[in-house]
Design a protein around this ligand. Sequence first.
Ligand SMILES: Nc1ncnc2c1ncn2[C@@H]1O[C@H](COP(=O)(O)OP(=O)(O)OP(=O)(O)O)[C@@H](O)[C@H]1O
Ligand SMILES: [Mg+2]
Length: 337
Amino acid sequence: MIRLENLHKDYKVDGKMVPALRGIDLSIEKGEIYGVIGHSGAGKSTLIRCINLLEKPTSGRVLIDGVELTALDDGKLQQQRRQIGMIFQHFNLLSSATVADNIAFPLKLAKTPKAVIDQKVTDLLALVGLQEHRNKYPAQLSGGQKQRVGIARALANDPKVLLCDEATSALDPQTTNSILALLLDINRKLGITIVLITHEMHVIRSICDRVGVIDGGKIVESGKVVDVFLKPQHRVTREFVEQVADSVELKEAVSHEKSANDRTIIRITFLGEQTYQPILFQTMQETGTSFNILQGTISRMKETPYGQLVVELEGDADRSRQTIESLRGRGLEVEVI
Ligand SMILES: Nc1ncnc2c1ncn2[C@@H]1O[C@H](COP(=O)(O)OP(=O)(O)OP(=O)(O)O)[C@@H](O)[C@H]1O
Ligand SMILES: [Mg+2]
């Protein structure tokens, strides 16, 4: 659906060319929600703006549905851009226009007949839950409502792709969740491909199927959210995963318990259906191991439930090894801490 091939972007700063993107290769499938996460200055905004050529790459190719955007003249590019909607951190609404007129704006640009526009605006207002706010001005809306207007406007021309540049970064946690739920709903109802950038792992974990971690203008790690989240490889990825972990209590518990001999501390990860099965207790019963739960969490990545338990095994090293093998044999991820 979206292919970025060896994308480079240099900015001219004080007469010198400074690289912001350094060889990005990325394939995003039709209908998926793809997240790009990175620290400030990593190149996230540059990357997402290169997808619709709001920012012109220095070199490399951008293809959408097989059409190479980087090879089009301005007129054709303008046309192709209608297939790509975009929403922004600070909403970018027209302050002197009503909610309905903001949503109608791209339709007017596309010379859509008035009757069609009115119906379309009504449908979009219903989709984003703003029916009652049709004639209000942006200043009369909350941040979350403004972003809903931004989303409705981005969807006006029935795009195939929705680009989200830090769409929830200006919102409080509760409003963030309601906007993420709306994006997921839109993705499912309309089958629209969503690319979002963020510096929050919570956003990635809530709605993304796959994730790319960007650092210094390069993708340093990528894959399914489940894999990247549970087995982060790169230092930057680990930092982001820590954002959503209850790591403080754990460190305390582990450093306290480590002083004792004859104890093995392990982290067990349960994924999907395993999360709700009594695998741990069955295994411990079989191997006759006593154990102590130090910490536990159950959460979700999009619709995949997962659990992590930090467990202290008591007894000699051989028995602990046997227990670990037995847990792994049942398909659990076990890491010795
Ligand atoms: N218009 C510009 N002119 C010059 N340099 C720029 C321009 N836009 C971005 N840069 C530089 O390019 C690099 C990447 O910036 P970018 O805005 O893509 O980062 P980001 O990951 O979106 O950061 P943030 O999380 O702070 O929004 C930074 O070093 C930035 O200073
Ligand atoms: Mg940015």
